[in-house]
Design a protein around this ligand. Structure first.
Ligand SMILES: Nc1nc2c(ncn2[C@@H]2O[C@H](COP(=O)(O)OP(=O)(O)OP(=O)(O)O)[C@@H](O)[C@H]2O)c(=O)[nH]1
Ligand SMILES: [Mg+2]
Length: 271
């Protein structure tokens, strides 16, 4: 549940309340004080299609939130461009292997590229600690109930991280295949990681995420012999949703398939 982007009931409640300021949802209304009942009744009387009105308000609020985020993201993009920093927004379902791939990448490319990391999780500093142990600087963002990073969070984390000019900033988004796709961070590239244990149909079921990505990493390839996972079909689904996706199949644990991923990072990081 997310109270930041409006997909949680609590956030919708603000939209439903005809008075605007006090947050009550359709579910809360029966428990609200009498004057709230009166206001709700008066509202329903003058608005014969409350659900339609609610939908309009929901869409308007989403547009406002995303428009504000997009403005801040443009600021981040300019900030990165001014310092010649290549910023990668890494997104996946929880546990797909984002941090493991980052640890491995830092260990293998650390002498060649200056990499620093912004970690997004609802709670705990665990991932930032893992990154530091791998040898890179890291800042942790804890989003609480939020299910994605946004451009404002990123800009504040960048001030704390102070990445070097001409370096690579990896941004590990909160584990979630849905909301992070909506929020531009001002990154230079978007990478979606999908592990082979998730099933080959994920690009079709969560198309927004795959459509928004520049590259897709199919992770945990070492587990393929133990799974009913149709690799060719997964690739076909991914390309159906996004024909321009660059694809990497790898295992960060076994160290297979990493060369193409590293080559992509070097190439994009240098351009
Ligand atoms: N077999 C196998 N396991 C892997 C691989 N990469 C990651 N894992 C395992 O998958 C689990 C989750 O890995 P993480 O790197 O923490 O995943 P994450 O995407 O950062 O997770 P969140 O930040 O919680 O969303 C751990 O138990 C890893 O050891 C891989 O290449 N092969
Ligand atoms: Mg992680």
């Amino acid at each position: 549940m997310c109270s930041t982007c409006g997909c949680a009931e609590g956030a919708r409640a603000v939209i439903v309340n005809p008075e605007g300021a006090k947050a009550t949802s359709a579910h809360d209304a029966p428990h609200a004080p009498d004057h709230h009942h009166d206001a709700t009744r008066a509202y329903e009387h003058s608005h014969p299609h409350p659900h339609l009105e609610e939908q309009h308000r929901t869409i308007r609020l989403e547009q406002d939130i995303l428009a504000k985020n997009n403005r801040l993201a443009e600021g981040n993009r300019g900030w990165f461009a001014g310092r010649n920093i290549f910023a990668v927004n890494l997104m996946s379902a929880p546990g797909a292997g984002k941090t493991t791939l980052l640890e491995r990448t830092i260990r293998d490319l650390g002498s060649e590229l200056t990499i620093s990391v912004i970690e997004g999780d609802q709670e705990t500093p665990r991932d930032a600690e893992r990154i530091r142990a791998a040898g890179a600087r890291a800042v942790q963002i804890n989003t609480g109930t939020g299910c994605h990073l946004d451009a404002d969070m990123l800009s504040r984390a960048l001030r704390a991280l102070e990445p070097a000019p001409r370096s690579v900033v990896m941004i590990e988004n909160v584990g979630n295949l849905v909301c992070p796709a909506l929020f531009d961070l001002g990154e230079s590239a978007r990478v979606v990681i999908m592990s082979v244990t998730e099933g080959e149909d994920k690009p079709l079921k969560y198309p927004h995420m795959f459509r928004a990505a520049d590259a897709m990493v199919l992770s945990k390839a070492d587990l393929l012999p133990y799974l009913e996972f149709d690799h060719a079909r997964c690739v076909e689904y991914a390309r159906r949703v996004n024909p321009r996706l660059e694809l990497f199949t790898l295992s960060a644990v076994r160290g297979t398939g990493l060369d193409a991923w590293y080559e992509w990072l070097r190439r994009r990081g240098a351009s």
